[in-house]
Ligand binder design. Structure first.
Ligand SMILES: [Fe+2]
Length: 399
């Protein structure tokens, strides 16, 4: 393969709608980014992070220095948890408004970056709340500039127009999708990710695998999404076991990060359907469930449902995991079993019951899938009709 000819220490610019710096040491591009912010007249910014990964990863020291050098003042909001809530977003936005921030720097995995994106919208619409944003109560056309410093290789949020926020009292976990949510700049630096433990390493990579399986098979699936899907799965199948064994392997981290980034671009183009629409109710109901783990558990049951409709595409993109497929419907049991086996080897649990779910939860999960704002639009582009019976079968099959 050609990977050996790529110098992972050379920071390269990848341009989608976002300009992303990819490579070992990409965090040092913060100096250039701070310069651009200063040229835009930005004097104050809010930094949105989780509790400690911005420090543990080493990103914070570099960001702080770059902002100090350009005399950009900052306020830190560091309370974002996995599955961030509308309350976190409101609290951070209030703090940022009071401070006078006119840009957002988000440092973290999907949760801090998605929260940061939402804060950026509320700074542009100061009289609105996070709940109004997450329930699509007003047209969203603008946000203050967003800088995303990515600390996991899974969500793709650093290159896409999505953000996921939880409304806890309703168990809603809607996905926001607005053009103004593209970060202005993103940093994808594999050296910031070497402290991700093996389980989390798997969960985030399995998130990316789901992004492409869905993006390649929606009703909006297109050659671009399919090409990116094939590459994503090949790269993850090769490098995930290496990163799980040796978390500090920078080449493995580089390629897993590259895979998650192109997966983000894939679903920015092909969108998502069943796995995400049915996982959001799971982690909406049990916020401690890691997004990628929930996706991984239900993926075989989803593929079982969609394989007859999209066999040729799935046979091609899944070939690094399940070789020898032709795309015919009678291969469903084989794909299902082999996928389960691969996921188990990748550290994904087999059943929702291992995460505290039971058959008694299924009615509530189905209701959430249909009622959570935005999820019904994902269901509407699934390659098979997402009826209540199909959804029930997926949940029960995964139990
Ligand atoms: Fe995801």
């Amino acid at each position: 393969m050609w990977e050996q000819e790529i110098d992972i220490n050379q920071v390269v610019e990848i341009r989608t709608k976002t300009t992303t710096y990819l490579g070992v040491g990409a965090i040092n591009k913060m100096t250039d980014i701070a310069d651009v912010l200063a040229q835009k007249g930005i004097k104050k910014t809010v930094i949105v992070t989780g509790k400690g990964s911005h420090i543990k990863s080493g990103a914070w020291e570099v960001v702080k220095k770059a902002l100090d050098e350009k005399e950009i003042d900052y306020i830190l909001y560091s309370k974002i948890t996995p599955n961030p809530t509308a309350d976190h977003v409101d609290e951070a936005a209030e703090m940022a408004k009071e401070f006078g921030a006119t840009a957002v720097i988000a440092i973290g995995g999907g949760s801090p970056i998605d929260a940061g994106k939402s804060v950026a919208v509320l700074l542009a619409y100061p009289d609105k709340t996070a709940r109004e944003l997450c329930e699509f109560k007003f047209p969203v056309e603008k946000a203050v500039p967003i800088i995303a410093i990515n600390l996991t290789h899974g969500t793709g949020t650093e290159v896409d127009r999505f953000a996921v926020i939880t409304i806890p009292e309703k168990d809603f976990k809607p996905a926001l999708a607005f053009d103004c949510l593209y970060p202005l700049y993103s940093i994808d630096d594999p050296a910031l990710m070497t402290k991700l433990p093996p389980d989390q390493t798997s969960y985030v990579s399995i998130d990316a695998v789901n992004h492409v399986i869905e993006a390649a098979t929606t009703k909006l699936g297109n050659p671009f999404a399919i090409t990116l899907a094939k590459e994503t799965i090949a790269v993850i199948a090769k490098y995930l076991p290496i990163a799980r064994q040796n978390p500090s392997d920078l080449t493995a981290r580089y390629y897993l990060l590259y895979a998650s980034m192109i997966a983000g671009t894939a679903f920015d183009n092909g969108l998502l359907h069943l796995t995400h629409a049915l996982e959001h109710p799971l982690s909406g109901l049990k916020p401690d469930l890691a997004h990628g783990l929930g996706l991984g558990i239900i993926l075989p049951a989803v593929v079982k449902q969609i394989y007859p409709a999209k066999g040729k595409i799935l046979a091609d993109i899944l070939s690094p995991i399940v070789p020898g497929l032709k795309g015919s419907p009678d291969e469903v049991p084989k794909v299902y079993e082999e996928l389960k086996k691969w996921l188990k080897e990748a550290g994904i649990k087999e059943c929702l019951s291992e995460e505290g779910f039971s058959a008694a939860d299924v009615d509530k999960l189905i209701k959430l899938a249909f009622e959570t704002p935005s999820l019904s639009s994902l269901l509407s582009i699934a390659p098979v009709e997402a009826t209540e019976a199909v959804i029930r079968e997926i949940y029960m099959d995964s139990m």
